[in-house]
Design a protein around this ligand. Structure first.
Ligand SMILES: [Zn+2]
Ligand SMILES: [Zn+2]
Length: 126
């Protein structure tokens, strides 16, 4: 326990996202870090990084939770309304840097939306 140790663990986790351009599932993260920290710690750090606008999460196939690095998000503004994509051939999951317009529904206030697209990624269609 202690602040220094926690900082090191937080750095380790951020490092994984820096090295990985694609999204990582929570299952994979726990497995990658199993020698360094327990599951509860991984979840706690993920929550914190999410609060700080460093990463965002989304639900993929079979309800699996995925995390990816945010671009231009901060603690106050999470502007990550972009679709996510999973390749059915290689299984890679990534953020798509395209934006989609949220529908406006009369008398409804929309806070968030998610779009999960499945298909074949650029490496697999070649
Ligand atoms: Zn692929
Ligand atoms: Zn994303």
């Amino acid at each position: 326990m202690g602040i220094t140790r926690q900082t090191k663990q937080v750095k380790t986790l951020i490092g994984i996202f820096d090295d990985n351009k694609k999204a990582i599932s929570v299952v994979e993260l726990v497995k990658l870090l199993e020698l360094q920290m327990n599951k509860t710690t991984v979840y706690r750090i993920l929550d914190k990084l999410k609060d700080d606008g460093i990463i965002h999460s989304f639900i993929g196939k079979s309800g699996l939770k995925w995390y990816a690095k945010c671009h231009n998000c901060s603690h106050d503004t999470h502007n990550d309304v972009h679709p996510h994509f999973q390749c059915k051939t290689c299984g890679a999951v990534e953020c798509l840097s395209v934006s989609f317009t949220l529908p406006s529904i009369k008398n409804y206030k929309i806070d968030s939306a998610s779009l999960f697209i499945q298909g074949q990624c650029s490496s697999c269609t070649q």
